[in-house]
Design a binder for this molecule. Structure first.
Ligand code: IOT
Ligand code: MG
Ligand code: MG
Length: 527
């Protein structure tokens, strides 16, 4: 029986055409915590060798389903199981586990099965001679790939790719860009899969597109838009809940996470909420207001499970920079500032029991919430379209951020169905009556305190004081104000090179020393 977390949360494998000499697995270095299982497996016409990582190690081969020539390995989980069970016409698959359901879809549709799936996953599948490595519509579980002369390596973390250790080598893959600092490691694009066929023992690849952000917009009457958003958000939240220990919501007290917390509390008892702050700044009052409101709204057996505040000293927060970059494999300094406070928070949650965590992350992208100054509708929609064109590869949704602390996150706003609905609303429903994210605020207004519904947006990097503490660190290194942005980029890229391409562990990193080194490179924005 499936547990309350996915069976597998990561993998690093090399596939060779059966019959050729198998590669010996070395050791895989995942940031994702949890037991690793060594794998040697005949999958269709391929031999897979490598490692799986799982939160609990409950099954002998977590996340793997095999039936004749078809084998599926799934890291992550699916959210539209009902639809998929209907599509394959076998009700028994409802309880079989997500890997088995995906296998049945692959049997029926071939690689196009990935076009049917709404989920948070990376998968590797073999069907006879065809190998497919695919990630979900938003690249929610990042997936990396390197193609050698007679083998294909795939991993959910670039640093875990078997070829990474001895210097990545391999071929270009059509349609994919090589990763920074590597010759031949590629990230599978969001809403994409790489299909590999072995022709005379040599892998031939092609890119399969499975999702792309819609560009059309829909005008709906207010009432209809509100109903649609409420129902789709409710479905997105419910499809992310599992039986077993109650879930946790990371709560800032902003509209995005408060709406998720409210719908979760309505759907299941025992929801715990947690809020982080620093010595510089916090949103504790705003988050507490929501937690208290939900506790009052759900008395008795449906009661919520309590609210926790975690305060982190600025110095300790900055010390999480290497962990954040190691886990997210992100090179974008703005995104790293969003992720840092969350990574720090996840690492301070109890490590003895793996948690299922719901977040409000990502809501601001389809709703244009980050663009408070875009008061013209054209500017707002431009900003939304731009963010949807540029999110791929940032890894801001990566489960490894919490996985490094043994927990599993899921982001309801980037549910494929909800995301499509939010994206395609015309901009006038997003900014309306002088409010940003109007359609969301209004759709959940009955569930939350009026103050929460009206509260202006505050970014996680602002509410936690992260931006100012990173700035302070660079000022202490003598960086003038007009170069702070560029300097942040240089530090983030330096850390990435050490931790991802260079294979260092975050505990080995001396942040002061690395900052100095990043700033004093000849091409760096030093002093
Ligand atoms: P923000 O929307 O403030 O926070 C994202 C989520 O992080 C919240 O919904 C909440 O679940 C959690 N969170 C934030 N602050 C706290 C806190 N103090 N304690 C506990 N949990 C918290 C940045 C942003 O504004 O975050 N993220 C944007 C989009 C990034 C832009 N990316 C892009 N253009 N590709 C977002 O949409 O979430
Ligand atoms: Mg938000
Ligand atoms: Mg916020």
């Amino acid at each position: 029986m499936p547990g309350h977390l996915p069976d597998a949360t990561g993998f690093a494998l090399t596939a060779t055409p059966a019959g050729s000499a198998a590669e010996q697995p070395g050791t895989a270095c995942f940031a994702t915590a949890g037991p690793t299982t060594a794998v040697t497996l005949r999958a269709g016409d391929w031999l897979w060798t490598g490692f799986l990582v799982s939160p609990a190690g409950s099954t002998p081969l977590p996340g793997v389903a095999t039936d004749g020539p078809t084998t599926v390995l799934l890291a992550g989980e699916l959210y539209n199981q009902d639809e998929l069970v209907r599509a394959v016409g076998d009700p028994k698959l409802a309880d079989a586990g997500d890997a088995w359901l995906l296998l049945a879809c692959l049997r029926r549709y071939g690689p196009h099965a990935f076009r049917l799936v709404n989920g948070r996953f990376a998968a590797l599948a073999a069907d006879g001679g065809v190998l497919v490595a695919a990630t979900d519509h938003c690249g929610g579980v990042p997936l990396y790939l390197a193609v050698g002369a007679a083998s294909v390596s795939v991993a959910t973390e670039a640093k875990a790719l078997p070829t990474m250790a001895d210097g990545p080598h391999g071929q270009a893959v059509t349609g994919l860009r090589p990763l920074r600092g590597t010759g031949a490691v590629h990230q599978v694009p969001a809403g994409g899969g790489v299909v590999v066929e072995a022709a005379a023992g040599r892998p031939r690849t092609r890119l399969l597109r499975t999702w792309t952000p819609p560009l059309h917009r829909r005008h709906l009457p207010e009432e209809e838009a509100l109903r649609e958003v409420r129902e789709a958000l409710d479905r997105a939240v419910r499809s992310r809940l599992r039986t077993g220990p109650a879930p946790t919501a990371v709560l800032s007290g902003g509209i995005d996470s408060s709406a998720v917390a409210a719908l979760t509390a309505s759907a299941c008892p025992g929801l715990r909420t947690v809020s982080m702050g620093t010595d510089l700044r916090d949103e504790f009052r705003e988050a507490r207001l929501v937690a208290d409101h939900l506790a009052r709204a759900h008395p008795g057996p449906a009661a919520t499970g309590g609210h926790t505040e975690i305060r982190i000293d600025t110095a300790d927060l900055l010390a999480e920079l290497p962990w954040t970059i190691w886990a997210s494999e992100c090179t974008d300094p703005d995104v790293v500032e969003y992720l840092l406070p969350l990574a720090a928070l996840y690492r301070r949650l109890p490590a003895d029991r793996p948690l299922r965590i719901l977040t409000g992350y990502g809501a601001d992208i389809p709703l244009g919430g980050m663009h408070r100054d875009a008061d013209r509708l054209a500017a707002l929609d431009d900003a939304v379209a731009h963010d949807m064109e540029t999110f791929d590869g940032l890894n801001e949704m990566s489960p490894v951020l919490s996985g490094a602390a043994g927990h599993w996150t899921t982001h309801p706003y980037w549910d494929r169905d909800l995301l499509e609905r939010l994206l395609t609303l015309e901009a006038g429903l997003k900014r309306r009556h002088g409010r940003d994210k109007w359609v969301l605020r209004e759709a959940v207004a009955d569930l939350l305190p009026a103050e929460t519904v009206r509260r202006p947006k505050l970014g996680v990097h602002e509410g936690s004081g992260t931006t100012s503490s990173f700035t302070l660190l660079l000022r202490e290194h003598g960086v003038p104000d007009e170069r702070i942005g560029a300097a942040k980029g240089a530090v983030v890229r330096r850390l990435y090179d050490r931790l991802v391409a260079g294979g260092a562990h975050p505990d080995e990193i001396d942040l002061g020393q690395e900052t100095k080194a990043a700033l004093h490179r000849p091409d760096a924005p030093g002093i």
